[in-house]
Design a protein around this ligand. Structure first.
Ligand code: NAD
Ligand code: UDP
Length: 324
């Protein structure tokens, strides 16, 4: 169904967040071109959208040729997001974020399209300021194993604001904090998926560095609401905006909650703390509240309930498709 609300390109549209963005844009009546090299995304995430004639999937890499316009909106979510995944090919990760963002911005310039950039709380590195406001400039180790992602995303932000200043591209830059929910890849190594998948299989949870580091977890629907508010805001947004849930927990507390909700006996193994792993992270979302009237609504317990149900169903489906 095409309600003639315009045409969007979603780079990284077959991933966890990107597939939800595609869904929401289709619901709004847009034509959607999803562009993805399936490095960390999956056809299964968009299989249900392929029946919609307003939806097209094009397989390809953002560092190469992007699909041809016209486009009214370009959404750039293309980049592996989980630390173990983005560290498999660090040079590729950096290039995806720098060259891919530049290609997207060039296309936006050519078609006068609004451009969304999925930036990250990782631009703050291992922060000395807590909670993190957008005017904090961060503490990234430029030469460590996380730098391919952190510096790639920082350079991508620089490109966005330079394209705004030089060519008046209407950019919207969201700094996303840890987000979870159904359709996360069970094997991509992020803490929520690891904990839920392992607890469901009655395996111990791995606590890196003892689990005293903190994160603030946002449910994906709340986050995507924030994305849409940013992109639909009538005025230019000339600054990056933190999007995340300010409720902070330690990794160990997250593990305890997962065990309690699944009903498994708490069991943990200790693993070394990964290099440069941020010790604390919590967004200050005053800017999002003031500019967009946005704040997350889903409590961690409710979001986890839906996520656990998703992974339980996914595990059952995988077991059924295994050869006897
Ligand atoms: P994801 O790995 O599920 O999705 C990323 C998608 O980009 C995948 O479908 C992948 O195949 C695709 N991709 C990667 N490199 C590409 C390339 N060179 N060309 C084309 N496609 C490519 O991760 P996600 O959680 O959905 O994250 C989406 C975006 O949001 C990423 O840019 C990520 O950095 C950002 N982000 C996510 C979180 C989070 O907690 N989920 C936090 C901060 C930022
Ligand atoms: N973590 C953990 N066990 C796991 C996976 C991750 O203790 O099985 C820790 C990780 O070291 C980090 C936090 O959980 O401190 C969040 O990790 P994730 O990879 O989800 O996101 P990020 O580090 O990018 O915030």
């Amino acid at each position: 169904m095409n309600l003639d609300k315009g045409r969007a390109l979603v780079c990284g549209g077959a991933g966890f967040l990107g597939s939800h963005v595609c869904e929401r844009l289709l619901l709004e009546g847009m034509d959607v071109v999803c562009f993805d090299n399936l490095q960390t995304g999956a056809r299964a995430n968009i299989a249900h959208l392929l029946r919609d004639e307003a939806f097209t999937f094009v397989e390809g890499c953002v560092c190469e040729d992007l699909p041809e316009g016209p486009f009214d909106e370009i959404w750039n979510l293309a980049s592996p997001a989980s630390p173990p995944r983005y560290q498999i090919d660090p040079v590729g990760t950096l290039m995806t974020n720098v060259v891919g963002t530049r290609n997207g911005l060039d296309l936006a310039r050519r078609w006068n399209a609004r451009f969304f950039q999925a930036s990250t709380s990782e631009v703050y590195g291992d922060p000395e300021v807590h909670p993190q406001r957008e005017d904090y400039r961060g503490a990234v180790n430029a030469t460590g194993p996380r730098a391919c992602y952190d510096e790639g995303k920082r350079a991508a932000e620089t490109l966005c604001f330079d394209y705004r200043r030089m060519y008046e591209v209407d950019v919207r830059v969201a700094r996303i904090f840890n987000t979870y929910g159904p359709r996360m890849d069970p094997e991509d190594g992020r803490v929520v998926s690891n904990f839920v998948v392992n607890a469901l299989a009655s395996r111990p949870l791995e606590l890196y560095g003892g689990g005293e580091q903190t994160r603030s977890f946002c449910y994906r629907d709340d986050l995507v609401d924030g994305f849409l508010l940013m992109m639909r805001h009538p005025d230019p947004i000339e600054v990056p905006v933190n999007l995340g849930n300010p409720v902070e927990v330690t990794v160990r507390e997250l593990g305890e909650l997962v065990h309690e909700m699944i009903g498994t006996r708490p069991a943990y193994v200790s693993r070394p703390m990964p290099i440069d792993d941020p010790r604390q992270r919590r967004p200050d979302i005053s800017r999002a509240r003031e500019l967009l009237g946005w704040e997350p609504r889903t409590p961690l317990r409710l979001g986890l309930e839906k996520t656990i149900a998703y992974f339980a169903k996914d595990a059952a489906r995988r077991r059924q498709s295994e050869p006897a």
